[in-house]
Design a protein. Structure first.
Length: 508
């Protein structure tokens, strides 16, 4: 490469900055020798296609930003549901290009001098690794050691080449490049480390960051025409990209049975609120025609033949956790945990309690993950009227024991203004006939008002004779006293029952 090209190339860097109004956002190192990398970026995907990792460029092919574009499954994420899934990450390195074409010059910013690229991963408590090395560091060599610009620092997604047989995006040939992606040679896979464990309680998910550093081969630096000064041979590093650990996505439904209950308290009638738990099927699954692609070390990444795996529905169950029911009207009661108490907030643990601290253990490849997603299937609470008629709004919130994952749902229960009632206990109970019933109402009609119990007989006390008169028997044909077979509202009647039930005392 001529000294003239180097001067022109360095001038182009300044010209580009002026053109962008000083707002150039790509991750730049100090200006170095034109054929060595001067800017870099890194990204990750859950797809088996590195083109899913791309960075926007100018028409010249120069990177605009080190923030990767939004692809099909980008940015990549690890998963505790499928802990042997990895993400594929790649780095892009470019050099500066001259402001104007000169015969014989290389106008492709993606071709840089040969060098080594070292990928470095940091993770909380060392729970992550690069699968190529089973450690947190991996080095790849890019290009030749004895020529200039022997390393392909990236692949353009479009743009016709100006020189036959040379890839790239060019100034001199109607460029239409819009993005650049990493090459397979300059990539690594990131995974959770088998045998590692960590706690996710409280959302304390482990943090992963990945970066890459390019250093020009020393042998290239010493070639005739190279500029060996330290300022022109400094290593160039990418931005540090964060890799998230995906936790389960939960869903819930609430079903009240019945949907309407008496508003009055003490009726013994409740609505059973059932919370059913679900988890969204993982982005990386083997369902349908979408598969898993094996890579280094027996790990795998999502997608088959470039086809991404997608969310396809929900599956019953979730990790163990706590479901908290709350209502703005009525009360929860008659539950094992509430011991018959009345309250507007009721919490129940759903699923088996962890035998020890809730910890995620990453299995070795081929073993099933120990993370349970069917521990909590459903939980219930019973809502009773609290005296006020209207509509009760019930909200249920779920919090997972392991991940702290949450979901919630809302439903309603009607609280109808039905008559007040009294309890009937086994034996004979004195009750007052609701005042709305006219004189001459058949005693059998009043007997039919009793709920939840069988009335064996009904009796009316005769003050004149100080005796009881039989008004009803459940046994057909049993003799009754004529005057006691009808009754009026407001009168006293004794109902003899076989168990426990209720009897309305208010108007209908």
């Amino acid at each position: 490469m001529s000294i003239r090209k180097r001067i022109l190339a360095l001038a182009a860097v300044g010209a580009a900055a002026v053109m962008l109004g000083g707002a150039f956002s790509a991750h730049r190192a100090p200006k170095v020798e034109a054929a060595a990398a001067t800017q870099a970026a890194i990204g990750c995907t859950n797809l088996n296609v590195l083109a899913d990792v791309f960075f926007p460029t100018l028409a010249s092919g120069t990177i605009i930003s080190s923030v990767q574009g939004t692809g099909v499954l980008t940015p990549g994420t690890l998963s505790i549901i499928t802990p042997n899934v990895v993400v594929w990450c790649g780095a892009v390195f470019e050099d500066a290009i001259p402001a104007a074409a000169v015969a014989g010059q290389d106008l492709d910013p993606s071709t840089i001098d040969g060098g080594s690229i070292i990928f470095n991963l940091t993770s909380t408590n060392g729970v992550g690794m690069l699968t190529e090395s089973s450690s947190n560091s991996f080095s790849v060599g890019c290009g030749a050691t004895n020529i200039f610009e022997g390393c392909q620092g990236g692949n353009f997604t479009s743009g016709p080449p100006a020189e036959a047989g040379t890839p790239g995006c060019w100034i001199g040939a109607t460029p239409n490049c819009v993005a650049i992606s990493p090459t397979a040679a300059n990539s690594v896979h990131v995974s959770l480390r088998p045998g590692a464990s960590f706690s996710l309680i409280g959302g304390a998910s482990p943090a992963f960051t990945l970066s890459a550093t390019y250093s020009r081969f020393q042998s290239v630096t010493t070639l005739a025409g190279a500029i060996p000064a330290p300022a022109f041979t400094a290593p160039v590093s990418t931005n540090a990209i964060s890799i998230a650990v995906a936790t389960p996505v939960y869903a819930m439904t609430l079903t009240p049975v019945p949907a309407t209950i008496p508003a009055a308290s003490g009726t013994g009638v409740s609505s059973t609120i059932t919370a059913a738990m679900y988890h969204v099927s993982n982005l990386c699954s083997t369902l349908g025609n979408l598969g898993l692609v094996n890579v280094t070390g027996g790990f795998f990444i999502c997608g088959a033949g470039g086809v991404p795996n997608v969310v396809i529905g929900v599956v019953a169950g979730a990790e163990s956790g706590v479901i908290t029911f709350s209502t703005n009207s009525g009360v929860f009661g008659s539950t094992a945990a509430a011991l018959g108490g009345a309250q507007q907030v009721y919490s129940v643990h759903c699923g088996s309690l962890p035998g020890q601290s809730a910890v995620i253990l990453i299995p070795t490849f081929g073993l099933n993950a120990n993370f349970p997603l069917t521990q909590c299937v459903s939980a219930t609470a019973n809502l009773f009227g609290g005296g006020a008629a209207g509509t009760a709004t019930i909200v249920a919130n779920f919090v997972g024991d392991y991940t702290g994952g949450t979901t919630n749902w809302t439903t309603t229960v009607g609280l109808s203004p039905t008559a007040a009632t009294v309890n009937l206990n086994q034996g004979c109970n004195e009750v007052i006939v609701p005042a709305s019933y006219a004189a001459g109402t058949p005693t059998a009609t009043i007997v039919g008002l009793a709920k939840g119990v069988t009335v064996v007989s009904a009796w009316v006390f005769n003050n004149s004779t100080h005796t009881f008169a039989a008004g009803f028997f459940s046994v057909a044909g049993a003799p009754t006293d004529g005057f006691a077979t009808t009754i009026a509202g407001g009168a006293s009647i004794f109902l003899c029952v076989s168990g426990s039930g209720t009897f309305p005392t208010g108007a209908f």
